[in-house]
Ligand binder design. Structure first.
Ligand SMILES: [Zn+2]
Length: 185
């Protein structure tokens, strides 16, 4: 049994006690700790039935403060507000980030639940904010239209690894809205 710290995907707290199932800081459900290095992580309990309550601070981070497209779009607006680049690049990025964030929140609060699998975990070096690149976690899951793929960004090195099983929440009418449960950040 390892006692690697788990990171809470809701508030970012490090949770050192391997026996607890919910974050001591925010109460959000935690992933199970990996039993041993090299082993697949065990699937924790499934998400509760919808609608699921999401912490307000988590909502703000998904929509704005940890939203890659909103941050980059915001920088464009801030730096290039006096040029046409603002309208050509900044505004579409803001819109893309905001709608993607809204869909992600809707999937987490109301989405259908399926079991999926992590397919890839890698740094996305095409994105750099304050000298840091986010981790891109790709996953696959069964959707009404067949096998679907999704991805999420994380700013902390993820504990998830390829082939790990995971819960996925998604909007059946828009499977591209898929998100991991519990979320990563
Ligand atoms: Zn937490």
């Amino acid at each position: 049994m390892t006692t690697l710290a788990r990171s809470c995907g809701w508030c970012g707290s490090a949770c050192l006690d391997p026996m607890i199932s919910h974050c001591a800081s925010c109460g959000g459900p935690l992933p199970l700790p990996r039993a041993q290095e090299g082993a697949l992580i065990e699937l924790g309990p499934p998400p509760p039935p919808a609608p699921r309550a999401l912490p307000a601070a988590f909502r703000r981070e998904v929509l704005v403060f940890k939203n890659v497209y909103v941050i980059i779009g915001g920088l464009f607006v801030f730096v290039f507000f006096w040029t046409v680049l603002f309208a050509l690049i900044g505004a579409p990025l803001l819109y893309l980030g905001w709608t993607r964030g809204q869909k992600r929140l809707l999937a987490l609060s109301n989405g259908a639940t399926v079991q999926g699998r992590i397919t890839d975990v890698d740094r996305d070096t095409s994105v750099r904010i304050n000298g840091r690149s986010p981790w891109r976690i790709s996953f696959e899951y069964p959707s009404p239209g067949g096998r679907a793929e999704g991805w999420v960004y994380a700013w902390k090195r993820p504990e998830l690894q390829p082939d790990d099983p995971t819960w996925v929440v998604f909007l059946p009418e828009d499977p591209s809205s898929a998100c991991l449960w519990p979320p990563v950040r």
